[in-house]
Ligand binder design. Structure first.
Ligand code: BGC
Length: 415
């Protein structure tokens, strides 16, 4: 992008932020409630978005966003399989949706984001196929209750990450390691649940505006650091096969493609392997050391904006479905770095769209600094900082928020 260039986005493009219930709401009863991260962080209060959502919606409005992607917490809404929805908790989500509407903020609702009700976990979670009908019943009740207010439905957030970190790497509850069979079963069950839930959403969700439904796929590029290293290439290919190919095939392969009206893409970057080791800060490699290798990383993974063009072109060619960037963001205390990263990724996005990829929106991860799962509060993805040392949990705008506001307001990226 040269100085003076203005990259315009199409009218009606959604500019949003994203959160998930366990990471921001607080006072949740799911498998994360008693989980403590190495920094001592837990989700029991988190950002207290549960009570502070009116204030957070004000912030979204001040940011100039016109969309918000957030989750509904299943454990709040149902107390047993096939039980009626909890009306008090439902009313709170309805109020949140009404407050968004009053601010002209379009909601995208996520139905599963790394957490389950305790009674689902007690029965083996998504390794058990009886979770499928229980989930579909939950979705049926939700759609009946919310169809006038919601048309964008995101069934599963990153099934690949969930199944991998919970059943292969041991980072998420139930913290199992190297259970490849369970990993595959979770993916297969979620893919079936997605197909069935989508049918319900498309059949019952039609209230004024045609419902849209899709999953959010985390796409990570897996590469070898040295192309000549056969072992690292094999490791990279194994990861690509398991987390990208197998998962995409399960959800979108063959006739399953018809289950989705869009693809949600969560894009952060890539992982390169060197002597079998994943060269990313999230696996313990220090950012400074990675810099010596010539890697540009945030506090989690290597940044790879050029990859965004590649994956968008691939998904477009293969599935011919509209795409939403359901998450992109960087964790760092260096706001200049985050600005550079955002601009580079949005320029890549714009380039892909100019080449014909139908992208309808972009959601910044995240609205707030929040509970970053097994990393606790050490990774700062927010456009807004939260002062966790103050019990009032005050929010404040970070420098990147001003940059994003300008982009949202102009519907364009300029220098
Ligand atoms: C997840 C978020 C997470 C973010 C940053 C995505 O994998 O959907 O819950 O906080 O990445 O790691």
């Amino acid at each position: 992008m040269s100085p003076g260039d203005v990259l315009k986005f199409p009218p009606g493009f959604l500019w949003g932020t994203a959160t998930s219930p366990t990471q921001v709401e607080g006072r949740i009863e799911n498998e994360w409630t008693n989980f403590t991260a190495p920094d001592g962080g837990h989700c029991r209060i988190a950002c207290d978005h549960y009570h502070r959502y009116p204030e957070d919606i004000e912030w979204m409005s001040r940011l100039g966003t016109n969309a918000y992607r957030f989750g509904l917490e299943w454990s709040r809404l149902q107390s047993a399989p096939f039980a009626p929805l909890n009306q008090k908790e439902l009313a709170r989500y309805v109020d949140l949706l009404d407050q968004l509407k009053a601010r002209n903020i379009t909601p995208m609702v996520v139905l599963h984001h790394f957490s389950n009700p305790p009674w689902i976990n007690a029965a083996g979670g998504w390794t058990n196929s009886t979770t499928i009908p229980a989930f579909v019943d939950y979705v049926r009740q939700l759609v009946a209750a919310l169809k006038d207010r919601v048309y964008l439905w995101n069934t599963f957030n990153e099934p690949d990450t969930y199944a991998c970190v919970a059943y292969l790497l041991g980072g998420f509850p139930p913290q199992r390691k190297w259970k490849l069979g369970q990993f595959r079963r979770v993916i297969e069950h979620m893919a079936r649940a997605h197909a069935q839930a989508s049918r319900v959403i498309r059949r019952d969700g039609n209230a004024g505006r045609k419902p849209e439904v899709g999953i959010a796929k985390n796409w990570t590029f897996f590469h070898a650091y040295h192309n000549l290293s056969p072992w690292d290439r094999l490791t990279a290919y194994g990861c690509h096969y398991t987390f990208n190919k197998f998962v995409l095939d399960a959800f979108l392969g063959g006739g399953r493609r018809r289950a989705s009206t869009f693809i949600g893409l969560n894009y952060y970057g890539r992982v390169r392997f060197h002597h079998f080791r994943a060269m990313i800060p999230a696996s313990g490699a220090p950012v400074k050391r990675l810099k010596d290798f010539g890697f540009v990383c945030d506090d989690m993974v290597e940044r790879y904006p050029a990859g965004l063009v590649k994956i968008l072109a691939y998904l477009h060619r293969k599935f011919k479905l509209p795409i939403y960037i359901t998450e992109h963001g960087a964790a760092s205390s260096d706001e200049t770095f985050r600005e550079r990263d955002l601009r580079a990724n949005l320029a890549a996005l714009h380039g892909a769209m100019a080449d014909g990829v139908d992208v309808r929106g972009f959601f910044y991860w995240s609205l707030l600094d929040n509970f970053e799962w097994q990393f606790g509060y050490t990774k700062k993805f927010g456009l807004l900082a939260v002062d966790f040392a103050d019990e009032k949990l005050p929010r404040s705008l970070k420098p990147l928020a001003h940059v994003y506001t300008r982009i949202c307001q102009d519907n364009a990226l300029s220098q």
